[in-house]
Design a protein around this ligand. Structure first.
Ligand code: HEC
Ligand code: HEC
Length: 246
C-alpha cells in the first residue's frame, strides 16, 4: 500500500515538474500569441525544440538564409535521418555537421527530421546567379567560359531540358525519373526532394558527387550521374531546380 502511495507521489512530482518545463517552453515560443502555429507544432513535434540548435544555420523552420546551408524544410524525413547518420559515422564529411550530428541520438534525428519535413519550403527569387554574367571565374574549363555568357533565362531553359530529358549524348540520366516532375523526390524510395533548394548548395552537392567528395549515396547513383555532367550543365540544372516550386 505504502509502495503504491509512494509511486503515486513520484508520478505526481514528475507530472508537476514536466508541467513546469512544458509551461516554460510554451512561454518561450508562444509569446503573446493566442494561437500560434509553431506553438501548436511544438506539442506535436518534440523535434522543434531540438532543432533550435540548427536554426543558426538552417533557419528556424528549415529555410536557411545562406545559400550554402541547405534548406531542410519539406524534406523527406528518412532522407534527413540518413544524412545525419552519414555525418555522424563520417561517411559524409562536413566539418560543422560532423560534430553536430555526433551529439544526436537516433531518436533526436527522427524527431528533428519529423519537424522539418512538415515545414513548407520557401521559394527563391531569380536574382541569385549573376556570377555568370559578370565574372568568368569558378566554372572551370576555358572553353565553357565563352558559353557562360548565357542569360539566366537561357541557363534555366537548358537546365529544364536536362532535368526532363537528360543528356543523350553524354548519357546523363533525366533527373525527373527519380526526383519527379515537380522536384518533389520520391518518399518511399528515399530520393530527396530538390525543388526550391538554394542553387549554390545544389551546385556544391553535384560537384561533390562528381569529384567523389560526397560518396555515401546509395549504389553511387548520383556519383555516376554527376560524373558525366559538365560544369555548365550542373550550373544550369541547379538554377532550374532552385526555381521549381511545389
Ligand atoms: C554551423 C552551421 C550548421 C549548423 C549549426 C547545422 N548545420 Fe546542418 N549543414 C550545414 C552545412 C554547411 C551543410 C551542407 C554540408 C555539405 O555541403 O555537404 C549542412 C547539411 C545538413 C544536412 C544535409 C541536407 C541535405 O540536403 O543533404 C542535414 C540533414 C543537416 N545539415 C541537419 C542539421 C541539423 C539537424 C542540425 C542541428 C542539430 C544542423 N544541421 C546544424 C551547416 C550547419
Ligand atoms: C536513379 C535515380 C536518380 C537520378 C536519375 C537522379 N538522382 Fe539525384 N539523387 C538520387 C538519390 C538516391 C539521392 C540521395 C543520395 C544520398 O542519399 O546521399 C540524390 C541526391 C541528389 C542531390 C543532393 C540533394 C541534397 O539535398 O543534398 C542532388 C542535388 C541531386 N540528386 C540532383 C540530381 C540531378 C540534377 C539529376 C539529373 C541530372 C539527378 N539528381 C538524377 C537519385 C537520383
Amino acid at each position: 500500500m505504502n509502495n503504491k502511495l509512494f509511486a503515486v507521489g513520484i508520478i505526481l512530482v514528475l507530472a508537476v515538474f514536466s508541467g513546469v518545463s512544458q509551461a516554460k517552453n510554451d512561454d518561450v515560443s508562444c509569446e503573446g500569441v493566442p494561437f500560434d502555429r509553431s506553438c501548436w507544432l511544438n506539442n506535436l513535434y518534440p523535434g522543434q525544440k531540438k532543432a533550435e540548435a540548427c536554426a543558426g544555420c538552417h533557419g528556424q523552420d528549415g529555410n536557411s538564409a545562406m545559400a550554402l546551408f541547405p534548406k531542410l524544410a519539406g524534406q523527406h524525413p528518412a532522407y534527413l535521418v540518413r544524412q545525419l547518420m552519414a555525418f555522424k559515422s563520417g561517411a559524409r564529411t562536413d566539418l560543422s555537421m560532423q560534430s553536430i550530428a555526433s551529439s544526436l541520438s537516433d531518436e533526436d534525428m527522427r524527431d528533428i527530421a519529423a519537424f522539418y519535413s512538415e515545414q513548407g519550403i520557401s521559394a527563391n527569387s531569380l536574382s541569385e546567379p549573376e556570377v555568370t554574367e559578370d565574372e568568368d571565374d569558378d566554372w572551370g574549363d576555358s572553353e565553357e567560359v565563352a558559353e557562360n555568357s548565357l542569360s539566366i533565362e537561357e541557363l534555366i531553359a537548358m537546365g529544364r531540358d536536362l532535368y526532363r530529358n537528360g543528356d543523350v549524348k553524354n548519357k546523363v540520366s533525366a533527373c525527373i525519373a527519380c526526383h519527379g516532375p515537380y522536384g518533389q523526390g520520391n518518399k518511399p524510395a528515399v530520393f530527396p526532394r530538390l525543388a526550391s533548394q538554394h542553387a549554390d548548395y545544389l551546385i556544391k552537392s553535384l560537384k561533390d558527387f562528381k569529384s567523389d567528395v560526397r560518396n555515401n549515396n546509395p549504389d553511387s547513383m548520383m556519383h555516376m550521374i554527376a560524373k558525366k555532367m559538365s560544369d555548365q550543365e550542373i550550373e544550369a540544372v541547379a538554377h532550374y531546380i532552385s526555381m521549381m516550386k511545389k
